[in-house]
Design a protein around this ligand. Structure first.
Ligand code: OSB
Ligand code: MG
Length: 374
């Protein structure tokens, strides 16, 4: 039972250790919205919103999320008696179009809170069985191909089980081929285009087929399925959809159309855990592998991703790099780490999200707060 009597919103500023460039934009300073949910019974839990400050990945930004939570979403939860976290998605979804990242921040917080109340690790509350999660790294677009090769080699030496190379026109086939040559044919490589291409590039993208990639992520428009299906028919490399999969319906459409063969599940993109689990279960029933994507989260969002990725059909390495890859200092203790085999430990020794939140550090980097009450 969830009875929220208070939600505290905060915006924090976290500086990436190095700028992260994708075909649709660049991130340096992350502005992140954190939520703290308080239940009437005294339990509380943190959650994180994955929206960025520019709308280059999805239409949402942190400046659409904040007022949407304050005016539209939080009032639907505060002071209400909710049976369980599985009911929150429907409550937030009814007659509210879009705003998945805003919805997810609250919905996931309700799952985290329920895990605290049940004295269970979040992973186990949702039925996760894995104890360790295989991890990949997502390499942003580099200054030149030499820098990219050096980063890929270093990542493989560190133990990462997958290297995702961000591509864009002019920085694609030749760069990926150079990495493949440098790291050898056994390394698990993939490319992510973040919508940089159109169907007119099909023949060019087909040149990636000979490079043995695990998949090509989201080459075409952010909300497209039909053209991805046409492209998939022209490629032997599996397409993986990210931006286009915003709900279970869209995942089903992907399967129906043959628009992709793998899904990158980001709970923030699909409105939270209930929808993520539904997509996971659907994909499992259809033999479609899934993996957990990342959005340069702080350690709080990462905790949710790690818990989600402990579900059985997350069979491919996630974008779940350790804290130190992103931040000089994360907002959680212990920070997220990875072993020499590229595995992240699922925290099973603690109820809730499994990490301690460093409130003093968060206070120092908070730029605004707002307290919402029933
Ligand atoms: O397309 O997966 C993406 C980061 C921001 C926006 C979009 C994407 C990404 C990443 C980062 O690839 C993955 C990570 O968090 O390590
Ligand atoms: Mg992506």
């Amino acid at each position: 039972m969830i009875e929220l009597d208070r939600i505290v919103l905060r915006e924090i500023g976290l500086t990436l250790r190095e700028p992260f460039r994708i075909s649709s934009g660049e991130m340096r300073e992350r502005r992140i919205i954190l939520c703290e949910l308080f239940d009437a019974d005294g339990a509380s839990c943190w959650s994180e919103c994955v929206a960025d400050d520019e709308p280059n990945y999805s239409p949402e930004t942190i400046d659409t999320v904040w007022p949407t939570i304050v005016r539209v979403l939080a009032p639907r939860l505060l002071g209400k008696t909710i049976e369980g976290p599985g009911d929150v998605h429907a409550i937030l979804e009814k007659d509210v179009r879009g705003h998945n990242m805003a919805k997810a921040a609250l919905e996931m917080g309700c799952w985290g809170l329920t895990a605290v109340q049940a004295n269970l690790p979040l992973s186990r509350l949702i039925g996760g069985s894995r104890e360790r999660i295989a991890t990949g790294i997502s390499l942003g677009i580099q200054r030149d191909v030499h820098a990219l090769i050096a980063k890929a080699e270093a990542a493989i030496a560190e133990g990462y089980q997958k290297v995702k190379i961000k591509i864009a026109p002019g920085r694609d086939v030749d760069w990926v081929r150079a990495v493949r040559t440098a790291v050898g044919h056994d390394a698990h490589l993939m490319a992510d285009a973040n919508n940089a291409y159109t169907l007119a590039d099909a023949a060019h993208l087909a040149r990636l087929d000979e490079l043995g990639l695990m998949m090509i992520e989201q080459p075409l428009a952010w909300d497209d399925l039909v053209r991805h299906a046409e492209l998939q028919r022209k490629l032997t490399t599996p397409l993986c959809l990210d931006e286009s999969i915003t709900s279970l319906d869209r995942a089903q459409d992907m399967a129906t159309l043959g628009a992709g063969r793998i899904i990158n599940i980001k709970p923030g993109r699909v409105g939270g855990f209930a929808e993520s689990i539904a997509i996971h279960d659907f994909c499992e029933s259809r033999g479609i592998p899934v993996w957990c994507g990342g959005m340069l989260e702080s350690g709080i969002g990462r905790a949710y991703n790690v818990a989600l990725a402990s579900l059985p059909n997350f069979t491919l390495p996630g974008d779940l790099s350790p804290s130190a890859r992103y931040w000089a200092k994360d907002v959680v203790t212990p920070e997220w780490t990875m072993d020499a085999h590229g595995m992240v430990q699922v925290p099973l020794d603690r109820a809730g999200i499994g990490v301690e939140v460093d409130r003093a550090h968060i206070d120092r980097i908070t730029v605004r707060t707002e307290e919402l009450r029933a």
